[in-house]
Design a binder for this molecule. Sequence first.
Ligand code: HEC
Ligand code: HEC
Length: 304
Amino acid sequence: MPALLPRAARLPGLASAVLVIAAVVASGPAPAGEPDPVRGKYLFAAAGCATCHTDKKGKGAPLAGGRKLKTPFGVFYSPNITPDPEYGIGKWSDRDFIRALRQGVAPDGRHYFPVFPYPSYTGITDRDLLDLKAYLFTRPPAKTANKPHDAVPPFGWRFLVPLWKALYFTPGPFRADPERSRQWNRGAYLVTALGHCGECHTPRDVLGGPLPGMALAGTTKGPEGGLIPNITPDKETGIGRWSDGDLQEILKSGMLPDGDFVGDVMGDVVDETTGRLKVADLKAIILYLRSVAPVFHRIERKKK
Ligand code: HEC
Ligand code: HEC
């Protein structure tokens, strides 16, 4: 807009008045299409960015990274994603941000390790990514330096990541299925893209690629070495035995039908993510989960 103003000044009469009014409106409340940090805040919760990028245990500054992420492939540390220009992502353009989350590629061309769940976030739409970025850029900057990863060879070898991507990674935003309802599509988007539920709930092969035909079927080798239950609608080993009300309660408060609470990493997911979602979104998630292929795969829940 500022670039237009000198020209507007040169235009006579009505035309310049229209342009001046447009300029005034543009500096007022964000028009549709401008990134919206309030929407971004909700998406940020739905995507659970804080669960990894804030080192709660080490009392780190919010989003300043340094959280230790134990995986079967070694220990990774999340980086600083505050808007600090030196230590965080303050200098990033919108394009840099979209490329990082959609393609898993850094502004300098490095490929990210898939511990950063971009294989799911790739599904997030441009609009949602820009709102997310707008929200991140309202957060306080932190001068916290990134820690190097401590991964097991060859998983710490960044130059191998493109091979991994060639095997397992399909970039591209979520495409709604026109045969399905709006609510189903919303649920699919929340589960597969924003909520990245399969990053934990889908079992993996020895290279960390998702096992085909096993989406959301649970694993004994989850993050932090945890048991990750089967959340397919299988009646015996999945969530098929629970009512919609039971499932909504689990996602909202973490309380299981037997009165116990989910622990481990799912506790964080409930705190930071599903517990903050609107009821309509929880219902959409449940509708979608009920529609995926049931897989018989028994994962015993840890007794506490
Ligand atoms: C499961 C943990 C996890 C979650 C959830 C997560 N990240 Fe990350 N993120 C990482 C790790 C680990 C890296 C570093 C990857 C690497 O070094 O290759 C990373 C890297 C990044 C980077 C690149 C930073 C840089 O300096 O190059 C950005 C930006 C980012 N994440 C943003 C986000 C956003 C936005 C969300 C939520 C939509 C999010 N992350 C959710 C673990 C996570
Ligand atoms: C960071 C890893 C992680 C992510 C991401 C994650 N979960 Fe979980 N989830 C777990 C773990 C671990 C448990 C088991 C907790 C326990 O046994 O106390 C669990 C338990 C559950 C349960 C209870 C099932 C049972 O049999 O006890 C449901 C339902 C569930 N998750 C749904 C979801 C949905 C929906 C998403 C995406 C919005 C999601 N999870 C994302 C790790 C994760």
